[in-house]
Structure formats: C-alpha cells, structure tokens
Write a new protein. Structure first.
Length: 294
C-alpha cells in the first residue's frame, strides 16, 4: 500500500499543507495516524477524488466488479457459489482487499484484522470506523472463525504456542503482508516480545491457508497459521489460538442489490449452517447481522 506524507499528499492534490491539516481536522480527507504522523493512502485518495467528481447528467460512476476481495475462506467460497449470488472471490488478504474495495474495484471486502496490543479488541469494527472515506459502509458478520497453528499429523515437534515455535526453531510458513493470519502472527509476536526476524521462516510466502497447509504436508514448513477448517480439510493437526470475527464490508447502496442480498439471505439458510458445522471451526452467532454501519 502506497502512503503519502502530509507534504506528499498536498503536492499530489495540489493544495497547501495547511489546507490538508484543515481537512484532516474536519474529517473530510481519507487519512490514518501512525506513531503520531498523519499518512494518506494513495488508493483511498484516488477513490475519494473519483467519488467527488461532478458528472454531467446521464453520466454514472463505473460499477464495481462483482467480486468479494480480501481474505480467503473455504466457507465463503462455497457460499458465494451455492447462494446463486453471481459473485466471485479474490484472495488478496484483508488489508489489500479493503484497499481494493475503497478504490471501487470490488463490491465487498472480506476482512479479519487483529490489534497488536489488545487481543480482545474488535479490530474489524475499529478499522472501518476509523476510515474517513467509508461514511456509507455497512459491515455484515459472516462468521467467527477458529484460528490457530497448523502442524504435521501427530504434532512431531510438540508445538503449542508461538513461544514454542520460536524456542524450538520450527520452520514457519508466512502469509502475505496485510493478510489477517499474518496480522495475527505479528500480534502474537508483539505480545510475546519476539521479533519476526528471530523466527525461522520459509519461502515462498503462502498466499492462502490451503497454501500453508500444502507447505506443511510437503515437508517444506513445520508450522503456519490458518483456520481449523483448513487444517481439518488437509488432515493436519491444529492448536487453537483465537476465535476471530470474519466480516464483509460493503457500501450501503450495494447491500440492497440482488448479488449481495442473495448472499446475505443464504447465510440464514439451514444449508449454510449445516455446511459450517461439517467444515468445523465456525461460530455463526453473528452471521448475517449488521455489526457496524456508518
């Protein structure tokens, strides 16, 4: 994700820096604050500009592609297909999926984010709430998922925590930067006061949970982070770490259109609940509910 400083954002928008600070104070420009500095995602600025363009009568915005981008999930893939929604999925990770959604490239984003400090924080709600360019967003609960360590059958290294992964020099499969599982890994390391550089990691990076499972089955890695559903499907051992909310972010105007309505209605069907139980590691207590709305 490309980020601008205040000076760079001012130059990009052809405004004075003082005007940028005024817009930040008014909450009228997309930005985020990191370690005391204001940063401006280029993709969000581009979307903000395009959504603010005055268009002649009859000229409409380009429709987003019928895609749910973001985190990979086998139950989501199945639901998109079986619901008749006509929606495809694009597994690029939670943060990248949110950025593509903000840029107008996809109809919705599937996210599971994690806070560094507080394991009990609802990072999905916090992230959507903090975005100045998501005033018309609605976040629908898809499920809660069980995340944990994927291990070879029998757990030969007897790994039960990230501390033991570090202590036993286990080979760890990584996920892409910004992927929810990678954010969870970074949060676990932060709380354990372990640096990512201190771990033994393998390459190439695994784009999805099933790729992580394949790396372990092939003997290229000893451990990785993914969901119980992925572990069970691959016949791997699993050590639970956390239950996390897995949500769909969309525009309010799109929520009421046929593709997303077909998906949301299907989430309430008995067929969906049966499939979730069969796959394992899913809790449907928030499924289909509005978890946040701007």
């Amino acid at each position: 994700m490309e980020l601008f400083t205040t000076a760079e954002a001012a130059a990009y928008l052809r405004l004075k820096e003082r005007k940028i600070y005024e817009m930040v104070a008014d909450g009228t420009v997309p930005c985020t604050k990191v370690t005391g500095r204001w940063l401006f995602p280029k993709a969000a600025l581009d979307h903000w500009l395009s959504s603010s363009v005055s268009r002649p009568a009859g000229m409409t915005r380009r429709d987003a592609a019928p895609i749910v981008g973001g985190s990979h999930d086998p139950l989501l893939e199945w639901a998109l297909r079986e619901s008749g929604s006509g929606l495809a999925t694009l597994a690029v990770g939670s943060e990248a999926g949110l950025e593509r959604f903000l840029a107008g490239e996809t109809l919705a984003a599937a996210i599971h984010l994690h806070a560094l400090e507080d394991p009990g924080a609802d990072a999905n709600v916090a992230a959507v709430k903090a975005r100045g360019d998501l005033q018309d967003a609605v976040m629908i609960g898809f499920c809660r998922r069980e995340q944990g360590l994927l291990l070879a059958p029998g757990n030969p290294l007897k790994l039960g925590s990230i501390e033991e992964v570090f202590a036993k020099r286990a080979r760890l499969a990584l996920r892409p930067k910004g992927a929810g599982a990678q954010l969870l890994l970074l949060a676990l390391l932060h709380r354990a006061k372990i640096l990512l550089s201190q771990l033994v990691t393998v390459s190439p990076i695994c784009p999805t949970g099933p790729d992580t499972a394949q790396a372990i089955r092939a003997g290229r890695a000893d451990v990785g982070i993914a969901t119980r559903a992925v572990a069970d499907a691959a016949g791997l051992d699993f050590v639970s770490i956390a239950w996390e909310p897995f949500d769909l972010v969309m525009r309010q105007r799109d929520y009421f259109h046929a593709p997303l309505q077909a998906l949301v209605n299907f989430l309430r069907a008995g067929e969906f609940a049966a499939r979730a139980k069969e796959m394992g590691g899913y809790d449907l207590i928030d499924t289909g509910s509005v978890r946040f709305v701007n």
